[in-house]
Design a protein around this ligand. Structure first.
Ligand code: BLA
Length: 511
């Protein structure tokens, strides 16, 4: 278990956000031991349930709840025995006195945890399944990740009424990009911007895999401590699966600095990986009924499947393209053509599988370049460096200067490369170049003065985060993706075949 640490901006990922010991104002919490003795209670149980927490702790649950209620709760939670996650009841009349609650139940270590939120019967009656079907139907019309994401953001906005809904996609290294955004009214767009990994620190990303939706209903509202702070076994209550868990003060400051009063995020999963988040903001406090939140969670789970389909189709497509490319290349080879000629007619097709900003073909001592590349002279030096790498596979770097210092003084700022050795001795190459990533992403919109900055200042705003990210990635290009490297390897094998065939033909011509 994590210990309480002093958290500042340099150790974001050490804040133990699952044991902060408070709930938000919209929910109250009770934890019982396996023999149903109350072990923990949040202080707002008094106001929300009419149950004095100090008095309840140590007493049987049955002293406060009727046999009928206990039976209902027990039945639900038993269904959870072999499963993680929460059991839910909507619009349940816990005390049979006209007060309705939404109840969430889950296991946390040896405890059962109950969370209660006030609700009305009418919201429990509402049936959203038709709406979800219609909304996911719209998403299904799209075959690109970006378009489907935008449609899904629109759907989440329809379900929540939040001002801003973004789809935030994680990269392998934990950095993230806003790839879709729906904005109501005025506001600085964040679409297309990248943020450092620490903006959604590691432990938060881990937590968001287990607990798929969290809402921060009011960043300025009081939070309520869970008593006692340390339980009987010497640990604070683990709130990983709690729905009313109060959030990190650092993140609250981030939201306040942005002028956001309520926030909600929903995990987007691809298999067991956190692919991204729906991140939603509202300029006023906003609480969404647990039933609505569950509907949104369901929508997100359906969206996960759509996303997987789109991405899989895309991967098949890329494989097809590589195969088609191979066949086309092989069929075009005939007397008199050179590798350079061939490359010219295929560079667009290659670019659609492996995006690049410049390319050099270096074959038989001839140099040919297009786009953002080093000069011929610079390239000759680079080729000598490449000759020191393995000749039997592709070589990729997103930060060339860190491997080959002379690249620092290249005239054109191509900072990363992917090299395909296509013959052994002397070595010929096809080399793709990429420009600096920070230059390919630019800040959108006008700077807007943050409302009022908290103690950690402007660093805790998206604008400063973006700047921080730019610093981190200075001198780097977009990383070469796994799928791009695979495509490059396939292409390399094809090109070797091409080269062999060309030299065979040249041989035949000579005879
Ligand atoms: C959580 N940070 C989050 C969340 C988001 C972001 C979406 C999820 C919680 C929520 O629903 O609000 C990040 N929000 C963004 C980004 C944009 C946005 C990038 O709108 C861009 C437009 N955050 C920092 C730093 C630290 C930090 C420097 O920027 C650490 C020192 C911490 N962020 C932090 C923590 C959480 C968080 C601890 C988890 C909050 C919790 O669940 O308790």
């Amino acid at each position: 278990k994590g210990k309480q640490v002093d958290v500042d901006l340099s150790n974001c990922d050490r804040e133990p956000i699952h044991i902060l010991g408070h709930v938000q104002s919209f929910g109250c919490l009770l934890a019982v031991s396996s023999d149903w003795i109350v072990v923990h209670a949040s202080t707002n149980c008094a106001e929300m349930l009419g149950l004095d927490p100090e008095e309840a702790i140590g007493k049987p649950f049955a002293d406060f709840f009727s046999p009928g209620s206990i039976h209902d709760l027990r039945t639900r939670i038993q269904a959870l025995a072999y499963q993680t996650g929460c059991a839910r009841m909507f619009g349940y009349e816990v005390f049979e006195d006209g007060r309705y609650y939404n109840v969430s139940m889950h296991r946390s270590d040896q405890f059962l945890v109950f969370e209660f939120e006030k609700t009305t019967l009418s919201s429990a009656d509402q049936d959203d399944t038709g709406l979800v079907q219609a909304l996911i139907g719209r998403v299904q019309r799209h075959d690109s990740v970006e378009m489907a994401s935008e449609e899904a953001a629109r759907a989440i906005q329809a379900l929540t009424g939040m001002d801003r809904v973004m789809v935030y996609r994680f990269d392998e290294d934990g950095t993230g990009t806003v790839i879709a955004e729906v904005l109501k009214g005025r506001g600085e767009p964040y679409l297309g911007l990248r943020y450092p990994a620490s903006d959604v620190p590691k432990q938060a990303r881990e937590l968001y895999k287990k607990n798929l939706l969290r809402i921060i209903s009011d960043v300025n509202s009081e939070t309520y401590p869970i008593l006692p702070k340390i339980g009987p076994s010497g640990d604070p209550l683990d709130l990983s699966l709690s729905v009313s868990r109060a959030v990190s003060p650092i993140h609250l400051e981030y939201l306040r600095n942005m002028g956001v009063q309520a926030s909600m995020s929903v995990s987007i999963m691809r298999r067991d990986k956190l692919w991204g988040l729906f991140a939603c903001h509202h300029h006023m406090p906003r609480n969404l009924d647990y039933k609505t939140r569950s509907t949104i969670e369901l929508f997100a789970q359906l969206f996960n499947y759509e996303l997987a389909q789109i991405e899989m189709a895309q991967e098949f497509n890329d494989l097809d393209t590589a195969q088609i490319l191979h066949d086309k290349l092989m069929s075009q080879i005939s007397g008199g053509v050179t590798l350079l000629d061939i490359f010219n007619s295929f560079s667009d097709e290659i670019r659609s599988v492996i995006p690049f900003d410049g390319v050099v073909v270096y074959s038989g001592g001839k140099f040919k370049a297009s786009g953002m590349t080093p000069t011929e002279e610079e390239f000759m030096g680079l080729a000598r460096f490449l000759n020191t790498t393995k000749g039997s596979q592709v070589y990729a770097t997103d930060n060339l200067a860190s491997r080959y210092e002379a690249a620092d003084s290249f005239e054109d700022r191509a900072v990363g490369l992917l090299a395909l050795p296509i013959s052994r001795k002397p070595r010929d190459y096809l080399v793709f170049f990429r420009r600096e990533l920070a230059q390919t992403v630019t800040w959108a919109g006008n700077p807007e003065k943050p409302v009022e900055l908290g103690p950690h200042g402007a660093r805790l705003t998206p604008r400063k985060s973006f700047a921080a990210w730019k610093e981190v990635v200075h001198g780097k290009c977009a990383s070469w993706r796994e799928s791009e490297l695979r495509a490059a390897e396939t292409l390399r094998v094809t090109l070797i075949e091409v080269v062999l065939k060309l030299s065979d033909e040249a041989e035949a011509d000579r005879k």
